[in-house]
Design a protein around this ligand. Structure first.
Ligand code: ATP
Ligand code: SF4
Ligand code: MG
Length: 328
């Protein structure tokens, strides 16, 4: 991959909540980059900061409780953290878009599909209605909706779940964004709907070459969908690598524990629960955040957070075991 292909680069991003409990470090020093046509998976247990990372990229974090405290989000060379709210509205939808898996929550039941598509298009440019109808039809055709001219008059309840997802896909890509973020809901959906959704994302990517950030609990889906993967634990990325490298040789004990539930790449198990709990994000330990659950823990781990070391093939790990100090 050359530098030219980089679509987004996130550097040392910190997003904190400030409330009565004190400071909750939901995203605490996250860095990654994503390239054209690439799918980056972000995986980790519930509450580790995946959604807050995604919402930070879109600058849609809950206000005023949460704030991006520091870091950079470079998209096309522009730092999204420094944009004003109105500048950011221009970027959202146009350059970076989000697609939800659950079609029920994304379409407005009282408007026709055509109106919702046209609104998505209309909000982003001043064109005549006729032109926008033609574009809406083209959008539906692109996501393989048959007879789009008839579909424009339909209401969401007249469509199947899979069809609604395609419409949402059409809306999400209507402005040809560079990146789409797909955040899997915590509640498990119907398997058929999920497979349709995954297929749709892949089709959209094959057509458009856009980058996808795919957020999931499910390592089986990571294996099937992603090129690279970032494993998050307690607000930080603890390991990041190409999917094949990560599956072949996971270095971080947390990744290894997650992997134990997926011995083969073609299996789609949910993550097996790992003994113990992550530390609360408002009361984090000094040292490694996985220490209380790690069978390899040493004193060093409890005292100091391990730096991230870069191994071959752009594989990075934050664990003392991969560093020379471990053997001292
Ligand atoms: N509205 C909020 N107010 C205060 N803290 C919050 C709020 N939303 C999230 N958090 C904090 O941010 C942390 C990260 O939440 P986030 O939603 O990013 O987790 P997640 O990894 O997406 O989990 P899941 O897999 O369950 O969706 C949570 O553990 C919680 O401590
Ligand atoms: S740094 Fe220590 S405690 Fe943390 S994951 Fe590595 S071995 Fe385990
Ligand atoms: Mg989430």
């Amino acid at each position: 991959m050359t530098e030219k292909d980089t679509v987004m680069e996130v550097n040392d991003l910190h997003t904190y909540f400030f409330n009565r409990r004190g400071v909750t470090k939901a995203v605490d020093g996250v860095s990654f980059s994503i390239h054209e046509g690439e799918t980056l998976g972000i995986v980790g247990e519930s509450g580790c900061g995946k959604t807050m990372t995604a919402l930070s990229l879109l600058r849609l974090i809950p206000k005023p409780a949460a704030r991006i405290v520091s870091g950079e989000i470079l998209l096309d060379g522009q730092d999204l953290v420094s944009l004003s709210d109105s500048e950011m509205r221009e970027v959202r939808g146009r350059k970076i878009s989000m697609i939800l898996q659950d079609p029920q929550t994304s379409l407005n039941p009282v408007f026709t599909i055509g109106n919702q598509l046209i609104e998505a298009l209309g909000a982003r440019g001043k064109r005549g209605r006729k032109e926008m109808v033609a574009q809406a039809m083209e959008g539906l055709r692109n996501v393989k909706v048959a007879a789009p001219e008839r579909r424009l008059e339909d209401y969401p309840h007249q469509m199947s779940g899979g069809m609604k997802q395609r419409v949402i896909g059409a809306i999400a890509v209507s402005a040809s964004p560079k990146i789409i973020i797909a955040d899997e809901p915590t509640t498990a959906l119907d398997v058929t709907i999920q497979l349709q959704y995954l297929r749709l994302l892949k089709e959209i990517q094959a057509e458009t070459g856009l980058a996808i950030i795919f957020i999931t609990h499910d390592f089986g889906i990571v294996a099937r969908m992603c090129d690279r993967v970032a494993v998050m634990y307690a607000g930080r990325i603890v390991e990041q690598a190409d999917v094949r490298d990560l599956f072949n040789k996971p270095h971080h004990p947390y990744t290894q524990a997650l992997m134990d539930s997926v011995p083969k790449m073609d299996r789609t198990d949910r993550l097996r629960a790992i003994d113990g709990q992550p530390p609360p994000l408002w009361d984090l330990p000094e040292g490694c955040r996985f220490a209380s659950r790690c069978s390899n823990v040493k004193d060093l781990c409890r005292n100091e957070y391990p730096n991230t070391s870069l191994l071959d093939n752009n594989h990075s790990v934050a664990c003392w075991m991969t560093q020379t100090e471990w053997n001292n």
